[in-house]
Design a protein around this ligand. Sequence first.
Ligand SMILES: [Zn+2]
Length: 183
Amino acid sequence: MNPPGSVTYPSLFFLAMRSSMYTNKFIQRFWSKVDQKGVNDCWPWNAGITSRDYGQIHVRREAGKVINHKAHRVAYTLKKGPTNDLEVCHTCDNPPCCNPAHLFLGTHKENMDDRDKKGRQVVGQMYHSNGKAKCAKYSEETVKEIRRLYQEKTPKREISRRLGVPQTTVRHIIARRTWGKFE
Ligand SMILES: [Zn+2]
């Protein structure tokens, strides 16, 4: 029984459980699968990949079911703290990347606007598709425009200049390494 007036927070309890679920052995196994390059480079995941190009790692078996976690979410949790069930986004738009320096928590549009007002850099936002939270750094329109201009044989450098999107991102989008879902 809880004392009168007390409130229970099952979700906080759950989060506390989750942040302590990684054993040292798991953490060692996890980082052995990450190609940790320079501080500013992408750190690609060298093991299993999901259909959406995110790295994934086997955490445990529960009631006969395999529990996998997304690698970039694990990297975020280990180096930066709990994700509080928010989406973990990449500033580099590179799904398999596990460099904590490239990872940030996606917030809802309103929060991003708020951050913007405070003069902090807005690098992405969360949107919802089929009831699931996703990270968006560039809008679907921008992605489609990049591909359209490329089909018209516009040079990548020119696309980059016109739309204000870094050339590496333009290359990724054209090669469909990122944003494949916007056909
Ligand atoms: Zn990266």
